[in-house]
Design a protein around this ligand. Structure first.
Ligand SMILES: Nc1ncnc2c1ncn2[C@@H]1O[C@H](COP(=O)(O)OP(=O)(O)OP(=O)(O)O)[C@@H](O)[C@H]1O
Length: 259
């Protein structure tokens, strides 16, 4: 398998806090990759370095054989790296459909000023995206009235409107009920398997990580503690000691040292 993203020797400090220490890893094409670790391990900082919100002190990020280190977020997003956030924030007064249409208008480089007289713009494309995420029935609903699980799925639809090849998902299932978590992750898995997308996600729910991740990267205090398949990481005695505890050897699905 070839890598879509390669990260080499990334470092980032906030004053005296070394948040990311010499982190190297790769995400392969069509891979569902988890990034886990205790609170403060450096996961969010890592994401911010990958999507350009932060510049590393040293190290390199290569996307599709092109160095993107230090490029601004908008350039990186245009190159095909999308992101969803732990706390989703759609335009609350607009409908689900309008939010996705707005994202498509932005993606196609059209001015949002078009909005007032072009409400049918990208209608079919937006409905197709909503269908892909089983959200078409909520299309006309105002976002302020949506259930939390639907807001998270809408956020995913908005990210997909930009046609990413690699999606960074920051705790995609945080705050969701267990059945909603499975539904969302099944959809993400489908995007990977049926549409060839690559996904890197952070997650505190180990049942989600163990069930869906192809490979897992474990950070602790900013450094890579382990990197391997779910089985390899679960059996790693350091990972068990520092993060997983009993979950390393069990088939349980509780959350660990997070949230
Ligand atoms: N803006 C900042 N200024 C100073 N220190 C920061 C800043 N952001 C993060 N840190 C510190 O950097 C370290 C890594 O934080 P980061 O948020 O990346 O971890 P995380 O793994 O995402 O944690 P969580 O699971 O709680 O979201 C922590 O020690 C944190 O306190």
């Amino acid at each position: 398998m070839t890598a879509i993203l390669q990260v080499r020797g990334l470092n980032k400090a906030y004053g005296g806090v070394q948040a990311v220490k010499d982190v190297s890893f790769a995400v392969n094409h069509g891979e569902l990759r988890a990034l886990i670790g205790p609170n403060g391990a450096g996961k969010t900082t890592c994401f911010n370095l990958l999507n350009g919100q932060l510049s590393p002190d040293s190290g390199e990020v290569v996307y599709r054989d092109r160095a993107i280190t230090g490029l601004p977020p908008r350039r990186i997003w245009r190159l095909g790296i999308g992101r969803t956030f732990q706390i989703a924030a759609p335009f609350a007064s607009m409908t689900v459909l309008e939010n996705v249409q707005m994202a498509l208008i932005s993606h196609h480089g059209r001015s949002r000023r078009l909005w007032s007289h072009a409400r049918n713009l990208y209608h079919a494309e937006a409905m197709a995206l909503l269908q892909r995420l089983d959200l078409e029935e909520a299309a006309r609903q105002t976002c302020g009235t949506l259930a939390y699980g639907d807001i998270k799925r809408l956020e995913l639809a908005v990210a997909l409107a930009h046609g990413p090849d690699l999606l960074l998902m920051d705790e995609p299932t945080a705050g969701m009920a267990p059945e909603e978590r499975a539904q969302l992750m099944d959809q993400v898995k489908n995007l990977v398997e049926q549409h060839g997308m690559s996904v890197l996600f952070t997650e505190h729910d180990m049942s989600v990580v163990f069930r869906y991740a192809h490979r897992v990267l474990v950070l602790d205090q900013g450094a890579v503690l382990a990197d391997g398949t779910v089985g390899e990481v679960r059996r790693n005695s350091e990972v068990q000691r520092i993060y997983l505890g009993d979950l390393g050897d069990e088939t349980g699905g509780q959350e660990v040292k997070g949230e």
